[in-house]
Design a protein around this ligand. Structure first.
Ligand code: 3Y8
Ligand code: NAP
Length: 244
């Protein structure tokens, strides 16, 4: 195959792909943005940090003789996905997205879909509640517009500076999470409402089962627009595509 893959990672699926590539001895490099202090170790060579926009990624592809790019980033990592789309077109290198289908509400769910983070903040304009923000670190400051709530924040790393939210509790934990763990967390913190992204996948899904079990409403942030690229939902799908 003579392949030399660049895997844009940071998700459960990306890590599963890295394990399969290592087992098969396919030459590949795993790429992290460098968002968290200690990202999960990978069984293939990895790099950390931005490429420097579309041009930086195009240059990386050319200089490292990348034969294929697999965009296995999170559905909300839209900037990375758009950059990969344009850089691969510029370098005429095949691009495949490895992602997971969005979650869909089931019987017993009380979801309120919102299009983006700002709409999620706006929808919290009611009386004071105890709100679980399962959004990570990058967007929690936006909720300072609704200071009446007590926010429970789940973060991968301890924040360097305390969040600018007058009433909050920080939980430092990285997924994948469990249904029992999230049910206990929501009970212990007397959560009234959960705010999350429609990430899809299994690594972040536990909170939906916990919310359903406890009858909690969920503010579900829908996915941003992503480029129209070839997409698979399984690691096997990646190898079928590579064999083409
Ligand atoms: C740096 C690399 C693996 C990947 C595991 C998945 C599952 C656990 C659930 C909640 C939701 C959230 C957040 C989350 C999950 C997996 C996956 C996933 C959500 C790591 C990781 C990196 C990141 C970046 C981080 C963001 C944040 C988002 C926390 C590794 C652990 C909320 C997304 O502090 C920060 O700056 C965190 C930033 C981007 C979203 C945000 O906007 O703040 N992920 N998460 C990647 C890099 O540097 O390139 O250490 O493993 C990966 C995982 N996080 O291999 O096992 O596949 O989604 N990650 C969301 O889904 O809403 C937590 O708390 O319930
Ligand atoms: P983003 O907003 O789409 O990307 C912002 C910039 O970060 C990109 O333009 C790129 O910088 C750099 N970048 C992003 N992902 C990268 C990667 N895998 N390798 C190298 N550089 C990367 O991305 P994000 O939402 O902050 O996500 C960052 C990382 O966390 C991704 O790996 C993603 O898979 C993971 N993650 C994100 C979420 C989420 O909720 N957003 C959830 C779980 C995991 P340059 O332009 O300089 O190249």
């Amino acid at each position: 195959m003579g392949a030399n893959l660049l895997v844009l990672g940071g998700t459960t699926e990306a890590s599963a792909l890295a394990r399969a590539l290592a087992v098969r001895g396919v030459q590949a490099t795993f790429s992290y943005a460098g968002r968290v202090d200690t990202p999960r170790a990978q069984p293939i060579p990895h790099r950390v940090g931005g490429f420097g926009g579309v041009d930086g990624l195009a240059r990386y592809i050319a200089e490292h003789n990348i034969s294929h790019v697999i965009d296995a980033t999170h559905p909300f990592a839209a900037q990375m996905s758009w950059n990969a789309f344009h850089a691969c077109r510029a370098e005429a290198v095949p691009l495949l997205a490895l992602t997971r289908p969005p979650w869909a509400a089931q019987a017993g769910d009380t979801w309120h879909h919102v299009p983006d983070m700002d709409a999620a903040v706006a929808t919290l304009n009611g009386p004071a509640e105890r709100v679980m923000l399962a959004l990570g670190r990058l967007h929690m400051e936006a909720f300072a517009a609704q200071t009446q709530h007590h926010y429970v924040l789940r973060l991968v790393d301890t924040p360097k500076t305390p969040p600018a939210l007058p009433h909050h509790t920080v939980i430092v934990a990285r997924g994948p999470f469990t249904i029992d763990g999230d049910t206990a967390l929501f009970t212990e913190h007397a959560i009234d409402r959960v705010v999350c992204k429609n990430a899809g996948g299994a690594g972040a899904e536990a909170k939906l089962h916990a919310a359903r079990a406890l009858g909690l409403p969920v503010v579900m942030i829908d996915r941003p627009e992503l480029p129209d690229r070839e997409t698979v939902a399984t690691v096997d799908g990646v190898f079928e595509w590579l064999e083409q």
